[in-house]
Design a protein around this ligand. Sequence first.
Ligand code: ARG
Length: 594
Amino acid sequence: MTMPAATLLKQAAAALLAPLTGVGEAELAARLECPPDETLGDLSLPCFALAKTLRRAPAAIASELAAQVNGQEEACAAEAAGGEADPAPPIRWRAEAAGGFLNLRAAGRGWIEALLRQAESPALGRLEDGAGKRVVIDYSSPNIAKPMSVGHLRSTVIGRALANLHRTAGWDVQTVNHLGDWGTQFGKLIAATKRWGSREAIEADPIGESLRLYVRFHEEAERDPALVDEGRAWFLRLEQGDAEARELWAFFIRESLKEFQRIYGRLGVEFDHLLGESFYNDKMEAAAQRLREAGLLEESDGALVVRLDEQGMPPCLVFKSDGSTIYGTRDLATALYRREAMGGDKLLYVVGAEQTLHFRQVFAVLEKLDPTWEQVEKVHVPFGLMRIEGRKMSTRRGKVVFLDEVLDEAVRRALAVIEAKTPDLPDKEAVAEAVGIGAIVFGDLRSRRMLEIDFSLEEMVSLDGETGPYVQYTYARACSLLRRAAEAGTGSGAERGDASGLEALGSPAARACLLKLDAYGEAIRGALREHEPSVLARYLLELAKAFNRFYNSGRILGADGGGETAAKLRLTAACAAVLSHGLGLLGLSAPSRI
Ligand code: ARG
């Protein structure tokens, strides 16, 4: 079971209007809008597009449709009155014309029951858009022996959310960490380690020590050019499979991965495949051979390139003049591998905006090589810069702010917020970790990804405002209400079956919650369509806001002790279910107590 293509209410309204307008249901569902003001109704159909076929003014069409809908509904209501209580009553409507718009409001309790069931279903959040298709998602992809930058953090957070979104939409998702584990810098690092370094020092602080060795190498190489040759010689040995060089290289990878793993662990990120750039070393020649056979490789100043003049781009470098391959060569081999060996129907690359030209070139070369590549959806998902507390994290110079420290700081601040709010909370440290990390993850995802972010920890760990902790806190609040109800013995299974209270959920605040719940599938779909997790993040903020408004709009426990309380608790549970599911898709955990 999966969720419908549009919201449930739009589907129902489209089914109602299709025979009256002669327009197909899918088309109608797409045309239906949410009115700008909730007092106008739940849905609105602009009748302007109908004017041509029905040959009447939009306003006349709207009022005729309104009369038809209301007439039909009265007939149905009379018919239903005599019948038994239906376990799933149909959705009823009240219609009103306003200018060229037909406004519809769901009536009775059928729609309430249907919307609650949708949120209670095990199919919550599940779509079938991607059924039978495989997507390969490249994200995080940090460089060995270098600190993970904020850019890598963004890639990790956005990429993981996109992976979850694809998975819930039915895609077969394969995630890859394309580690930067190859390049001439490893020759330098080996040379520096041999001269000044030690394994113990590297094991104690792998990335810090690598960085120090790296910096020292560059400093001393300025005075002693022989060092450069030494680094080059070590890289050559590495390329030729020299045992000592290989062993040291593998050691660097192992040690760096330990550090990366710590961050992944805290973020709760996993990968299906850890395939670094070096994995493609023995696959590049075959890729180049295919370019050669297709007549695409051309000489340019001793180098071999693929010209991309018609595409309006500079040529894509494949072999440098010394015959060595580069980052782009590896990405060509990688793309071929992901399509052919991994069976990818869609390839996603979550990489900073500064690599836009690189990916455009790689994609263009693939299409020149083989036109069937045009049918493979290849998407570079770029993102903008993120500054944390005004600091830009750079890896080159000595001044580096490590990601770990940023996460620690967020957790510390979250703990302070919790101490102030609920000092008796059990398991405070674990909750602070969830909230602190959640603050960073949500802060990264809440704005459109291309926007630059100036990240303020103070703002992001706050329990109110547009923050992850606000959504988490709202969820915990709903959980606490449900716990209190359970303790008091209200809202039990028997009462939940009591339909009489459902009408209480027609109040404006409850209605707004129900409509938001119904929009969950559209939020997921929108986020996927634009490869933009912020669409889901904004949705969750709106749902949290709607729930809090409902929560504050009148008594829930002991509202009437019976049907009304049960119905309100049912809505609370439905909101909680969507909040935690949505937070999970974005990669946040949802503690049930904060
Ligand atoms: N390691 C690269 C960097 O830090 C990112 C790799 C992205 N993935 C790729 N297939 N090129 O810039």
